[in-house]
Design a protein around this ligand. Structure first.
Ligand code: ZN
Length: 341
């Protein structure tokens, strides 16, 4: 994936061009770089990993190097700090960067937080509060575990038809990708009915709660992080695609998640990251509900770097960090986002 761009990044990196361009960008641009991570995890064998491997953004070592680079070359801030600048009518510092994580995976606490704390870096974590409350892992993780580990050779649902599950891990991953994509775009009640049917066939004895392999952090861990420079935002309650739910459910998802975090942390929640986050995930209804609930920013999963004088505060773009991003590619993405993201 991204082979040509990774190759170009290697070439740039070897000749030192990325570092020079990165320094120029920080010096002359007003851009704000919002980095998007999900999980920070060391995976021994991708073949055997039963959860969504695409959500592993970096190993512990990769993340350490990336944060050291951010600390050396950027001005890491949070959305709250950004709002303070904007509300005073000032520009954020040159080279402002916001490190974000979606979902609220337990490994953010065990693996990312110690590194952030050691380096003195702030970050923002977007929580799906229903999972924090229930301590159940996220629906796409449960689906992934079901497909990767099931003994069933076929499953069928009215929406998805009959699906053949072959023995190879690669084809199972491809199947997860297809099913997840289809369910994300379906009306929410269709997604939930299909998931129930799939879980019943794939995971007749599902008893998974959270542990290091997949699952959410808990409120005590969140409070500890909140007291140590980590900001929390909403990622809805149950991680539906917000543009696919009914209006009452939309209001509940954006309001209740905000209130839950505020009640636990006694701090205002001013930013939401739209679950899934592509352009199809936040329509005008979603934006209206988010504004009505009192959010100041809506963060998407669309790729890009933002400028405060040009941005749409309810469609902020991010730079995605994926596990195949080596250090040259990381620097190239930040220095030349027009080419590398
Ligand atoms: Zn998410």
């Amino acid at each position: 994936m991204n082979g040509k761009r990774a190759f170009a990044a290697d070439i740039f990196g070897k000749f030192g061009a990325t570092a020079a361009l990165g320094a120029l960008r920080v010096k002359f641009s007003d851009g704000i770089t919002i980095l998007a991570y999900h999980r920070i995890l060391d995976v021994d064998s991708e073949h055997k990993f039963p959860f969504d491997i695409e959500l592993v953004s970096a190993s512990v070592q990769q993340f350490t190097h990336q944060m050291e680079y951010i600390k050396a070359h950027y001005q890491p801030i949070t959305f709250s700090t950004l709002l303070q600048y904007l509300d005073r009518g000032e520009n954020p510092p040159r080279g402002a960067a916001i490190v974000t994580f979606d979902d609220g995976f337990l490994d953010n606490y065990h693996n990312a937080f110690p590194i952030l704390k050691r380096l003195g870096l702030p970050a923002t974590i977007f929580l799906s509060t229903g999972n924090i409350d229930s301590q159940e892992t996220f629906w796409y993780e449960k689906l992934s575990f079901g497909v990767m580990t099931t003994d069933a050779s076929t499953v069928s649902t009215p929406t998805l038809g009959t699906l053949t599950i072959s023995s190879s891990p690669e084809s199972r991953r491809a199947l997860i990708k297809r099913v997840t994509l289809k369910l994300k775009l379906a009306p929410d009640e269709v997604r939930l009915a299909a998931l129930d049917a799939l879980y019943a066939q794939l995971l007749p004895s599902w008893g998974w709660k959270n542990d290091a392999r997949s699952g959410p952090m808990n409120w005590n861990q969140i409070k500890e992080m909140s007291a140590n420079n980590i900001e929390f935002g909403s990622h809805s309650v149950s991680h539906p695609v917000l543009s696919r739910v009914t209006l009452p459910k939309l209001a509940f998802e954006v309001e209740h998640s905000k209130h839950r975090i505020e009640a636990e942390l006694q701090k205002p929640v001013q930013v939401i990251a739209y679950p899934v986050g592509g352009v199809e995930a936040f329509d005008n209804n979603v934006r209206a509900a988010v504004k009505k609930a009192g959010y100041r920013f809506g963060v998407s999963y669309v790729a890009g770097i933002e400028r405060p004088d040009q941005w749409d505060a309810f469609a902020l773009r991010r730079v995605h960090v994926e596990r195949y991003v080596n250090s040259h590619f990381f620097k190239a993405m930040l220095a030349m986002p027009e080419i590398f993201i």
